[in-house]
Design a protein around this ligand. Structure first.
Ligand code: FAD
Length: 311
């Protein structure tokens, strides 16, 4: 049965996704640098599980205020030395002079990194504080992107905000900023997490209407810990739809059921986006493999080795 025939029977997007064979899905995974030996072990277990999915790249975040600088570097170096995946190193402008940032960029190139996710970063200290660039630092991601591409021919991804950046006066301003980042050399935008798919689709329409043609990759956050998600969502001012709140209501003490609910939410979201023509997906893994792996299945992304075994 074709996806169209399945859809005609009023079956949901996940079943349609399962029936699809004509796809060119590209996935990527985001990790954060571990703080302890135990966390490092968990991260590498997740990386080993996700590596056979053949991601286009895996990215490693840069902690607020550059606080994870050494740990980010170490994780990126290990990815290069011990895995087959292409790393993308996040880099921010926070609390560093232009010379210091340029040095990091050059070191990345020398280590073999070819892809940087260029971000302004958030102000160090209190949440919601005002961002003040150092007088001799890069002021924003546009300036950072220009510096990266000036230093070496890196691939540069940048952030974008389907529901508006909290500091931005309007979506139009955000789109102007994205345009400036593209003009400075960005070749991909990865979105902030969102749960309102319609808001994301409207945003992409506006980005295209503004003449921006680079891929806008949905940033997918599998919801596992609803309490901490609520905090994150408040920070980035994404909309938490009532249906999502209802689905997780009363499950605070039941992580197993939460994970099962989360799997169905993220599967439906990704299958729905795929139905609307999206083929690139960036997973905020929170250093766990299971939900990202399950969603890869829905999107038709499978381990070549495992498929071989089952012939
Ligand atoms: P910018 O694109 O620089 O925009 C921020 C503001 O700067 C704009 O609203 C605008 O007011 C101004 N601005 C930018 N360009 C111009 C210009 N050309 N002219 C005038 N004004 C301009 N944070 C971390 O600390 N570490 C991470 O690893 C990290 N990873 C992230 C990954 C993704 C996919 C996303 C979406 C965000 C990530 N963040 C990370 C958070 C990010 O640092 C914050 O959202 C930050 O507040 C804005 O960063 P930006 O790169 O989008 O900023």
């Amino acid at each position: 049965m074709t996806p169209a025939e399945i859809a005609a029977r009023n079956v949901g997007p996940v079943a349609c996704a399962g029936a699809r064979s004509d796809r060119n899905t590209r996935i990527s995974f985001e990790f954060f640098p571990p703080k302890s030996d135990e966390a490092e072990e968990a991260l590498w277990q997740a990386i080993r599980k996700l590596e056979p999915m053949n991601p286009a790249f895996v990215s490693v975040t840069y902690g607020a205020g550059g606080s994870t600088r050494e740990r980010t570097h170490r994780t990126v170096r290990r990815l290069i030395e011990e895995t087959t995946v292409a790393p993308a190193a996040h880099l921010t402008c926070v609390a560093a002079s232009r010379e210091e940032v340029d040095k990091v960029i050059r070191e990345y190139w020398e280590t073999g990194v070819r892809h940087i996710v260029a971000l302004r970063g958030d102000p160090p200290g209190d949440i919601g504080g005002v961002y003040e660039p150092l007088p001799n630092g890069y002021a924003n991601a546009t300036e950072l992107t220009a510096a990266i591409t000036r230093i070496a021919p890196f691939e540069v991804s940048v952030g974008c905000y389907p529901e508006k950046h909290p500091e931005s006066p309007s979506i139009e301003h955000d789109i102007d900023v994205l345009k400036a980042k593209v003009d400075a050399g960005a070749t991909r935008a990865i979105s902030q997490m969102f749960f309102d798919t319609d808001a994301f689709l409207r945003y992409v329409d506006r980005v295209r209407a503004a003449g921006i043609t680079i891929p806008i990759v949905p940033g997918i956050m599998p919801v596992t810990n609803f309490k901490s998600l609520t905090r994150m969502v408040q920070l980035c001012q994404a909309n938490l739809p009532a249906w999502l709140v209802n689905l997780f209501e009363g499950l605070d003490a039941d992580p197993e059921t939460r994970r099962l609910v989360a799997a169905s939410v993220v599967a439906e979201m990704c299958a729905g986006l795929e139905e609307r023509g999206f083929s690139d997906f960036h997973f905020y893994t929170l250093n766990r493999a299971d939900l990202a792996l399950a969603t890869c299945r829905v999107l038709g992304v499978r381990s070549a080795a495992r498929e071989g075994i089952h012939g």
